[in-house]
Design a protein around this ligand. Structure first.
Ligand SMILES: Cc1cc2nc3c(=O)[nH]c(=O)nc-3n(C[C@H](O)[C@H](O)[C@H](O)COP(=O)(O)O)c2cc1C
Length: 218
């Protein structure tokens, strides 16, 4: 079996992507959604500790606009602890069936509590209870301890109710919310024959906020 198979993309021309890479990201993201890719918003988030030790994990992109790329997580998790001490991070998307990838690097800030509240309130009951239950990244003796903790959370917020009537009463935990990566660099990658892949990289000038585009060797 050829593990490196798949259709090769047409060329990524210099004109194909405009002067604003966040708009181009939007175009590619729509194309990934339209291609039927499962969870096209899944992205690898890389952070690092202050001593430079990297760590990476998958998270889901919640939203993006000119300000940056937003995901939600536990503010006491390993990734959050690293971000709080070293607010530089990187994201990677890989849309395998399109033979495309996007890399994004920049600084990370917490989104406002109003934004986090709005999203938390829109989430299903189980997700709210899960957010309250998990002390993300911390050890737990076994699976049962986690399920017991969920039962305790359920009892705390819903009492003995068996319906979802208490759902709207569950507030957002202060230790859960969103982060926004403000991009400094965005690269678009397309697979091409003979491994001569196309790479268009945009860097943002710190002072003027304008983007400079360059083509990189594969
Ligand atoms: C496809 C996928 C999507 C995920 N999305 C999220 C997410 O949006 N937020 C999150 O906190 N964890 C998400 N996770 C779990 C993380 O990968 C990770 O296990 C967790 O955040 C703890 O990471 P940390 O200990 O490095 O902080 C996701 C995992 C997968 C495989």
């Amino acid at each position: 079996m050829n593990l490196e198979g798949g259709k090769l993309e047409t060329a990524l021309t210099d004109d194909e992507l405009g002067s604003d890479p966040t708009l181009s990201f939007g175009t590619w993201f729509e194309e990934a959604k339209n291609a039927g890719i499962h969870e096209p918003n899944a992205m690898c988030l890389a952070t690092s500790s202050p001593d430079g030790t990297p760590s990476a994990r998958m998270v889901l992109l919640h939203s993006f606009d000119q300000r940056g790329f937003v995901w939600y997580t536990n503010y006491e998790s390993r990734k959050a602890s690293e971000i709080e001490l070293n607010p530089k991070a990187a994201l990677v998307f890989y849309w395998q069936s399109l033979n495309r990838s996007v890399r994004i690097e920049g600084s990370v800030v917490r989104i406002t509590s109003e934004e986090s509240d709005a999203y938390f309130n829109s989430r299903p009951l189980d997700s709210k209870l899960g957010a309250w239950t998990s002390r993300q990244s911390r050890p737990i003796p076994d699976r049962k301890a986690l399920e017991d903790a969920l039962a305790t959370t359920r009892l705390r917020f819903l009492g003995t109710a068996t319906t979802n009537e208490g759902e709207t009463l569950i507030p957002r935990p202060q230790f859960w919310g969103g982060y926004r990566l403000i991009p400094q660099r965005i690269e678009f990658w397309k697979s091409r024959p003979a491994r001569l892949h196309d790479r268009l990289s945009y860097s943002r000038d710190q002072s003027s906020s304008t983007w400079t585009k360059s083509r990189l060797q594969p």
